[in-house]
Design a protein around this ligand. Structure first.
Ligand code: 3PG
Ligand code: MG
Length: 401
């Protein structure tokens, strides 16, 4: 991280006892659609080192975060209340929850904090100002947020690529530092830029190819091999001239994918077989079929075993590996083998391995894989990709003096 960025230790050295410290965290955790329960608390645990240090030092800790993508107004399904409960369990201390973000409840909650206590404000995105493209509207919301802190800590690595009020505008209003998580993420990801140890293999999956085009462009000159699975592979298969049945397809991206393949110099590896199902359902009838033989009424929901074997061979001997995005619909056991197989292959290399992205990190834990067998599991999906694209990240730029 650039030397001009101050970090939590600098703030702690000044003394924070009795001071209100506003912490932007990324507590955007996956919730079960039926029960609303937190299905993976990795992002909550990731911010504990920063929060714990502030509590220990006697700060009045005011935490804010987004959850999901509500449209600028309160929406109960995106409430952070369950997160407050889980955060309290993990901190082993009550977390005082404000039922609004900058309103009466928030003011009262913040005012009532004693030294070493923690408050969590309701979802930032219940307010239009948070994500507004209008500087004045964002600034007005940032003013309200900034009033809750005498110092600001950004520990929301997963959101540093967003030009949002809490990420980009609040640090302009308060003394600001990078939290422990942001510091560590940037330290690790910086090892993947510049001169990574070779062979450098990148594995990309996930559903949307349009989200990944920029990073593919940016990585092609650097990587030795780029393995593509997940929902996004079908647009590439189509670009190779294969029919993909009813699989996820971004028709308007086919040509771009074709151009990328033409320029990739053989570095891009695509699936040779896929698990094709009758429907997007855990109990759907399914078979493994060649990637150039997907029946017209079926959709691919995972990469097949031959592909896993090929990807495993391509990973063997790698010295640096970055993985973003599941290889299939790992939440459904019938379509989890591809993600599991590739994840296991990554752990078997003696490479420096980085897992990027909320979904891939959740997959590692959901599949019961040993987190410690990866070099680093990033809490940022889009953020880690944009870091690797060498884009300016509004949240990091805002921390620079
Ligand atoms: C994420 O999950 O990618 C981060 O929390 C950022 O969320 P966003 O993509 O909705 O901005
Ligand atoms: Mg995202």
């Amino acid at each position: 991280m650039s030397a001009s960025i101050r970090n939590l230790d600098d703030l702690l050295a000044e003394g924070v006892s009795g001071r209100r410290v506003l912490v932007r965290a990324d507590l955007n955790v996956p919730l079960d659609k039926q029960t609303g329960e937190i299905t993976d608390d990795g992002r909550i645990r990731a911010v504990l080192p920063t929060l714990g240090a502030l509590v220990q030092a006697g700060a009045k800790v005011v935490v804010c975060s987004h959850l999901g993508r509500p449209k600028g107004a309160p929406d109960p399904q995106y409430s952070l209340r369950p997160v407050a409960g889980r955060l309290g369990e993990l901190l082993d201390a009550p977390v005082h929850f404000a039922t609004d973000t900058v309103g009466e409840s928030a003011r009262a909650t913040v005012d009532a904090l004693a030294d070493g206590q923690v408050a969590l404000l309701e979802n930032l995105r219940f307010n239009r100002g948070e994500t507004s493209k209008d500087d004045t509207e964002r600034g007005a919301f940032a003013d309200q947020l900034a009033a809750f802190g005498e110092a600001y800590v950004d520990d929301a690595f997963g959101a540093v690529h967003r030009k949002h009020a809490s990420v980009h505008d609040v640090p302009a209003r308060l003394p600001h530092v990078a939290g422990r998580l942001v510091l560590r993420e940037v330290e690790v990801l910086s090892r993947l830029t510049g001169e990574p140890e070779r062979p450098y293999v990148v594995v990309l999956g996930g559903s949307k190819v349009s989200d990944k085009l920029a990073v593919i462009e940016a990585l092609l000159p650097t990587v030795d091999r780029l393995l593509i699975g997940g929902g996004m592979c079908f647009t590439f298969l189509k670009a190779q001239g294969h029919e993909v049945g009813t699989s996820l397809l971004e028709e308007e991206m086919v040509e771009t994918c074709g151009n990328l393949l033409a320029r990739a110099d053989g570095k891009i590896l695509l699936p040779v077989d896929v698990v094709a199902a009758d429907a997007f359902a855990p109990d759907a009838a399914h078979d493994t079929v060649p990637a150039d033989g997907i029946p017209s009424h079926r959709l691919g929901l995972d990469i097949g075993p031959e592909t896993v074997a090929g990807f495993t061979a391509a990973l063997a001997g790698a010295k640096t590996v970055f993985w973003n995005g599941p290889m299939g619909v790992f939440e459904m056991p019938a379509f989890a083998n591809g993600t599991r197989g590739v994840a296991e292959a990554i752990t078997k290399t003696d490479a420096f391995t980085v897992v990027g992205g909320g979904d891939s990190a959740a997959a590692v834990r959901a599949l019961g894989l040993d987190e410690s067998s990866f070099g680093h599991i990033s809490t940022g999906g889009g953020a880690s990709l944009e870091y690797l694209e060498d884009k300016t990240l509004p949240g990091i730029a805002a921390l620079e003096n």
